[in-house]
Ligand binder design. Structure first.
Ligand SMILES: [Zn+2]
Length: 255
């Protein structure tokens, strides 16, 4: 039980991890390691949590870039204007810049981290149901291919804690949309209820793209385990956010 769990650990000069809600200074309902300013938590608490994480992970807090996430398919390549105080509005961030951590925030949606070891490029993706259905993941990987020459079969991808098919109940309208887009296997019917597993959609997209390396060691259900993870649904919407962090940096803490 700790503040963060590392992923993609077999690469030198790469930091990648998913934070939990454990420890941290935020009081309920944001208990405790909330990294989001937009949820109603005291900004001083959020900043303290960010600074703690930056110190533990050996990066400069001011250089971390997170996103104003809007459940879109908008992919953004990092620019000089983006920093901790000026987050871009998008649902995927890509950069080749070193010592510049990218963060995706989540509390049930799927946080995804991407590493291209050949071209030294990283990405952070926010994929909830809407983002997954509008193909935010394929769009991000295609952008890496077009802009940086990434080969999709060489990418290493990590999937973070998010609500799974055991807990994510949806209505018939959503189920119909999911099915009409060709993702019927992501649905599970149980008596009168319908459940959706968003990762099944993402997994299908990754397989179609020829992605081979997927790290699911931190893919746990955020709702089943909302003592350890923030869950928008299990915490009845008032809750904090976890961070998926990825950074190309020479100083990486020992796992
Ligand atoms: Zn669950």
């Amino acid at each position: 039980m700790k503040k963060y769990n590392r992923v993609l650990t077999h690469h030198n000069d790469l930091l990648a991890c998913f934070t939990t809600r454990l420890e941290g200074v935020s009081p309920p309902p944001y208990r405790g390691f909330n990294v989001a300013f937009h949820v109603g938590d005291n900004p001083d608490h959020v900043r303290t949590n960010h600074q703690t994480l930056a110190t533990l992970l050996h990066y400069d807090r001011a250089k971390l870039v997170y996103m104003n996430q809007i459940h879109s398919d908008h992919v953004h390549i990092l620019t000089d204007e983006d920093d901790f105080d000026h987050p871009p509005t998008c649902d995927a961030l890509i950069t080749h810049r070193r010592e510049t951590p990218l963060m995706v925030m989540s509390a049930d949606c799927i946080p995804i981290l991407v590493y291209d070891p050949t071209h030294e490029v990283i990405a952070a993706i926010h994929a909830g149901r809407a983002g997954a259905l509008s193909a935010i993941v394929p769009k991000t990987l295609q952008t890496m291919k077009e802009v940086y020459g990434s080969h999709l079969h060489e990418l290493h991808i990590a999937i973070g804690p998010s609500i799974q098919g055991c807990c994510y109940e949806v209505n018939a309208t959503i189920a119909h949309e999911v099915k009409s887009l060709g993702y019927g296997t992501a649905l599970r019917y149980e008596e009168e209820k319908i459940f959706l597993d968003v990762y099944t959609i993402v997994q299908q997209q990754l397989m179609t793209l020829g992605v081979l390396h997927i790290d699911v060691t931190q893919y746990h259900c955020s709702a089943c385990h909302h003592d350890e993870y923030f869950s928008y649904r299990a915490d009845h919407q008032r809750t904090g956010r976890m961070g998926g962090v990825i950074s190309l940096q020479s100083s990486v803490p020992t796992a």
